[in-house]
Design a protein around this ligand. Structure first.
Ligand code: ZN
Length: 215
């Protein structure tokens, strides 16, 4: 049966190459797959690109920032620790998207929906999971000026110079005919979620959580 899930830190760190023991991470990934009764669970090697991978065969990892499949019972995972995990479904395909500031700027959302439209199907819906909110995502005034000049929906105030990724991403999804739900959970404010920025401030390593979607 189709579904979505966003993990919290209660599931443990699911990201490789961030200082955690690889075997422990792989065990947690297997536990997650088992608990969702998925035939496979595909992860991405994410690089803030706008590369979309359409997966029609059995693979464990793809080098991309969005994955699309039409296969039933195959889970697609996006790793995040402040970036926006976006899970999209239509009647015939699903997608997991890694959308941080760079993804917001390089059009990964549009690329993903275009890839999904190579399948038949309509009723596109997206859900934006736990990620850093527009109160917490302060950037330098220079970066704020540069990003909001190109993407005015991401603007908050000059004084605060924080970026609102959710408004801009929601706008991009809506422009592609996708209905959007934002869970509105801030990773930086809630210790139940891993936050890359909080980790940088505190000097304490944190992990990565995932958003998972399957048909
Ligand atoms: Zn916040």
């Amino acid at each position: 049966m189709a579904g979505v899930l966003f993990t919290s830190s209660a599931w443990g760190n699911l990201g490789l190459n961030i200082g955690d023991d690889a075997d422990s991470v792989l065990n947690r990934r297997r536990d997650l797959q088992r608990s969702l009764s998925l035939s496979s669970l595909i992860y991405m090697e994410q690089t803030h690109s706008n590369v979309v991978s359409i997966v029609e065969e059995d693979v464990e990892i793809v080098k991309a920032d969005a994955i699309v499949t039409s296969h039933k019972n195959v889970g697609l995972a996006v790793l995040v620790g402040d970036c926006v995990p976006i899970l999209i479904r239509s009647s015939h395909a699903v997608a997991a998207v890694h959308a941080g500031r760079k993804g917001m700027m390089n059009g990964i959302v549009k690329e993903t929906v275009m890839a999904m439209r190579t399948y038949p199907g309509d009723n596109f819906e997206a859900i934006m999971g736990p990620s850093i909110c527009s109160d917490c995502y302060e950037v330098s005034p220079e970066m704020y000026g540069e990003v909001t000049a190109g993407f005015p929906n991401s603007a908050t105030t000059i004084q605060k110079h924080a970026l609102d990724m959710h408004s801009e991403l929601a706008e991009q999804l809506t422009a592609e005919g996708v209905e959007v739900l934002n869970l509105g959970i801030c990773t930086h404010e809630y210790p139940e979620y891993y936050s890359h920025r909080r980790s940088q401030k505190s000097g304490t390593p944190e992990g990565r959580q995932v958003g998972v979607i399957w048909l």
